[in-house]
Design a protein around this ligand. Structure first.
Ligand SMILES: Cc1cc2nc3c(=O)[nH]c(=O)nc-3n(C[C@H](O)[C@H](O)[C@H](O)COP(=O)(O)O)c2cc1C
Ligand code: SF4
Ligand code: SF4
Length: 264
């Protein structure tokens, strides 16, 4: 039985979860989505998993783009685990619909909460969706791992976990597309200070090849996924976002190293 786990991770949370699942399943192969985003993959695995963060109560664009190109016709069992700050929304329902449009299905969908830092200010509607979901926040992976592994190993069905259905409807069905569009504007707001030593790490961790190093300048182009990998992994803490919420704070998953995230 071959299981492939496709993961996408900016600050390491989803990679850490993907690794725990791969270790628990023993025979699973981990594949980084940004590394294979331009390849046409016809996966011959019996089971496929997706592990990625929730962005604006839905799928990150890079995950949507990847699944669009992925051929899953021979796969018998598909599962997903999404990581989030506490408001999973209808992300897994969105994924299920995408898979169904490809004549596949999502057989088991889990959401887990991870420590997260968002440098963006919350707007009132965002606070409202978070409030709606306050009693349905997912648990951390440590509390869910045995159940997740047992479900996947036995190829059991598990309804996509969405938390509050009103929050999922408002966040995902109504707001997700416009939120992602709005978020992309932040991609133009990065800048570096004089601590930058031109090490090139930001270029290497970017999942979208959106950063260019030209002589002594770091240039952000127009294709940002807003994963904040550049901001959080810069060894010099030299990258800033205009009007940042907590300008001194940088964070990534403690078990994940820069070399694990490099997307070259
Ligand atoms: C652009 C963006 C949008 C996000 N939207 C949500 C969200 O809608 N709900 C939520 O609970 N967390 C949200 N988060 C937090 C991430 O889902 C969370 O930090 C995730 O674990 C990050 O995974 P990673 O470390 O693998 O990149 C968002 C983070 C970013 C960067
Ligand atoms: S990672 Fe930081 S220090 Fe290195 S080139 Fe990028 S901005 Fe400069
Ligand atoms: S530019 Fe920075 S925030 Fe945007 S996709 Fe690349 S690493 Fe992520």
């Amino acid at each position: 039985m071959i299981t492939k786990i496709f993961y996408y991770s900016g600050t390491g949370n989803s990679l850490s979860v993907a690794r725990k699942i791969a270790v628990g399943l023993e025979t699973a192969e981990l594949v980084s989505i940004p590394k294979v985003i331009n390849e046409d993959i016809n996966t011959e695995a019996d089971a496929v998993g997706f592990v990625f963060p929730v962005y604006g109560w839905g799928l990150p664009q890079i995950v949507k783009d990847f699944i669009d190109r992925l051929s899953l016709s021979q796969v018998q069992y598909i599962f997903a685990v999404v990581t989030c700050a506490g408001t999973q929304g209808g992300t897994l329902i969105q994924l299920k619909k995408i898979l169904q449009s490809k004549k596949c299905d999502l057989h088991a969908g889990f959401s887990v909460k991870e420590n997260s830092y968002s440098p963006m200010k919350q707007v009132p509607i965002e606070k409202f969706v978070i409030w709606l979901n306050r009693k349905s926040r997912p648990l951390p992976i440590e509390d869910r791992l045995p159940e997740i592994l047992s479900t996947i190993k036995q190829r059991h069905l598990h309804e996509p976990e969405i938390g509050s259905s009103f929050a999922a409807w408002l966040g995902t069905t109504i707001l997700h597309d416009s939120v992602l569009q709005e978020l992309r504007k932040y991609g133009k707001d990065f800048y570096v200070d004089n601590k930058c030593n031109h090490c090139g790490t930001c270029v290497k961790v970017c999942p979208r090849k959106n950063i260019q190093k030209e002589n002594d300048s770091i240039i952000w182009k127009g294709n940002c996924e807003l994963c904040f990998a550049c901001l959080n992994w810069c060894p010099q803490k030299a990258i800033w976002l205009k009007d940042e919420l907590l300008p001194q704070r940088r964070s990534h998953h403690p078990e994940i190293k820069i070399s694990d995230i490099i997307n070259e």
